[in-house]
Design a protein around this ligand. Structure first.
Ligand code: FES
Ligand code: FES
Length: 142
């Protein structure tokens, strides 16, 4: 349907024009994580100050789902309190379980475009890779 087409376009746009691709300075936190099912790996860079994600970037190689998800994730959490970034991560994993999500005022940006991935269990690990890496980094900081 039209919504699926729109979502596919959003995913391809993030894949072709990634937001926040690159690295941050040495002071930032870097989390390197691989998807064991395919061996692809990505690095998430986070600059966290006073409980807020001041900046977020990503590098690495992977499929269109993993890279577009990393792009959407960095876009969604940038400038947000760490607490909200973790809430978004929880919402995203609920979405990957095929659940309807209620953003409760959080600005989720484009991440809802990935909800169709929930129908393909093999790709869920691709979609959640960047979020898992972000969570790992944030939890380490707290
Ligand atoms: Fe990512 Fe096949 S390209 S699961
Ligand atoms: Fe490797 Fe999707 S196939 S991250």
């Amino acid at each position: 349907n039209n919504l699926d087409t729109l979502y596919r376009q959003v995913i391809m746009d993030h894949y072709k024009n990634p937001r926040n691709r690159g690295s941050l300075d040495d002071e930032s936190l870097t989390i390197d994580m691989n998807n064991p099912t395919c061996g692809d790996r990505i690095q998430i860079h986070l600059q966290i100050e006073d409980g807020k994600v001041e900046d977020a970037k990503f590098e690495g190689e992977g499929c269109s789902i993993s890279l577009s998800s990393a792009s959407m994730m960095t876009q969604a959490i940038k400038g947000q309190p760490v607490e909200d970034a973790l809430k978004m991560s929880k919402l995203f994993s609920d979405m990957m379980l095929g659940e309807e999500i209620d953003p409760e005022g959080l600005e989720l940006g484009d991440i809802e475009a990935l909800q169709g991935v929930a129908k393909f269990p093999a790709r869920i690990k691709c979609a959640t890779l960047a979020w898992k890496a972000m969570e790992k980094g944030v939890n380490h900081e707290q």
